[in-house]
Design a binder for this molecule. Structure first.
Ligand SMILES: O=C(O)CCC(=O)C(=O)O
Length: 231
């Protein structure tokens, strides 16, 4: 991986912002996924956007524990940031995890990579990112990840506590959910893996409402011409 590929901070990947206005995302303790319009009374059949998949219990409890310790070690000494310039993410810490010193934690990361290779045909990965959203006020608001710095697959392992991912069809130019867009709510349990690929990655904004402190590990593939651009 060329060095320049590793220096973009997480904020670059979240470039396409959805809203400057803080949006209070409600957490939902129900089933894995519900779909609704902006008006809560108009509920629809359970469904996920095309290209989105959810894999419960992807990591064992031991793998989760090892990864949590590795992430905490990586984030040691950093403070929670707030009021990010594009207002997509608040009360968070993040770092790339270029290497993982613990064997079980590294095996857990490799398990995700192997899955994405076989299920999504990913051949070239960016360095994984770990994110810590604070229990008080940590949030990721609706956005579409940058197409300049990230490829066609975004995958995340959820750790420590459950969260709700909200997906809504959006304008790719702005990342803004379309007015009246149907929203899918996906409950992310600790140890689970979600994958946003193709349409769900490019045409849907995603947002995260944690239910407590949330740690996550995000894997992405490199955009097609990334190596050439980074030289
Ligand atoms: O799973 C998470 O914590 C959210 C990650 C996210 O929104 C992103 O990587 O674009």
């Amino acid at each position: 991986m060329p060095l320049r590929a590793t220096v973009h901070s997480y904020r670059m990947a979240l470039r396409v912002r959805a809203s400057l206005i803080a949006r209070q995302l409600r957490s939902r303790p129900a089933s894995h996924c519900t779909t609704r319009h902006a008006t809560p009374s108009r509920r629809h059949a359970l469904s996920l956007p095309p290209g989105c998949s959810y894999h419960a219990d992807f990591l064992t409890v031991d793998e989760q524990d090892a990864l949590v310790e590795a992430i905490k070690a990586r984030l040691k000494g950093t403070g929670y940031e707030r009021d990010h310039w594009d207002a997509v993410i608040d009360r968070y810490r993040e770092r790339e995890m270029l290497s993982v010193d613990d064997d079980l934690a590294e095996a857990a990361v490799e398990k995700v990579r192997a899955f994405l290779r076989s299920e999504q045909g990913v051949t070239s990965f960016l360095p994984p990112h770990c994110i810590d959203l604070a229990a008080d006020g940590g949030v990721i608001r609706p956005h579409i990840d940058s197409i300049k710095f990230s490829g066609r697959v975004v995958a995340g392992v959820s750790l420590v506590s459950a969260a709700t991912m909200v997906l809504a069809e959006a304008d790719p130019a702005t990342g803004e959910p379309r007015p009246g867009a149907r929203e899918s709510e996906l409950r992310l349990e600790p140890g689970s893996l979600y994958v946003l690929a193709d349409e769900s990655r490019y045409d849907y904004a995603h947002a995260i409402a944690p239910e407590g402190r949330r740690l996550s590990l995000i894997l992405r593939d490199a955009p097609e011409d990334f190596e050439q651009r980074s030289l």
